[in-house]
Design a protein around this ligand. Sequence first.
Ligand SMILES: NC(=O)OP(=O)(O)O
Length: 302
Amino acid sequence: MGERVLVALGGNAMTGPDGSASPGDQRRAVEGAMAHVTALIGRGHQVTVTHGNGPQVGNLLLKNQLAADVVPPVPLDWCGAQTQATIGTLILNALGERAAVVVTRTLVDAADPAFGHPVKPIGRYFDAAQARRFERLGQTWREFPGRGWRRVVASPEPLEILDAPAALALMAAGYTVVVAGGGGVPVVRRPDGTLAGVEAVVDKDAAAAVLARAVRADVLIIATDVPAAVVGFGTADPRPIGRITAAELGRLHAAGHFAGGSMGPKVAAALRFAVSGGRAVITSLEHIGEAPSGRVGTVVEG
Ligand SMILES: NC(=O)OP(=O)(O)O
């Protein structure tokens, strides 16, 4: 019987093999990813899609800065909203007609300590000299050994997916809905109750765990570039993890087995959803059609 499935796709799954974010590369990558989503729909599941935007939002921000003398730069939350529209449109074109994108806001806490500690990597990699140049403009950059330097920005905890009710209404009408792209546009609630955007990028895996509850998903599939989470990744003895309880995976996570900025956030999101009663599967894009069966990937249950 079909289940309600939320698929979370990485922003990197929507760029070319070398991270290239040319329009053609993005379109081809999205079409490839949506072929797998379509396979999942074909198996009778009700599918909702969320996606990352790290490469795309960083590139938009950079373009803003480079054109600052001639066009007023817009804030990071505006760039996030723009990526929801552009990536969302590519997804809709690849899925066909009974699909919709919801511009989605994610509530965060204005006092979240993450605002003082930028950790979320966005945009493309640069060399050290270029990173230094951007650091002199007040930005924070971090080295990713073997890959280069990447800008990092604040990534507050998602508290609530504010537009999930709109997604639920569209799902009830039979639409495949794209929700909370890029983790959602981060907003805070002001003392007078109004909402305001803030300069941050919500981690899409963390937002996916909150969204999965909000849209009452049975399964959260976190698509990545490896078939399963691995203990001993990059060592001579890598051990892929199959079925695992949230308690055991939590112990491995606490012991530091999963790298921050890559598998770590995916494991944290899987745990968050599993302990709230759902089933989370971490697997590669190619396997998402089979993921609800529990026969592929790292399958986490409470
Ligand atoms: N917003 C976000 O987490 O995007 P990525 O998954 O592309 O980093």
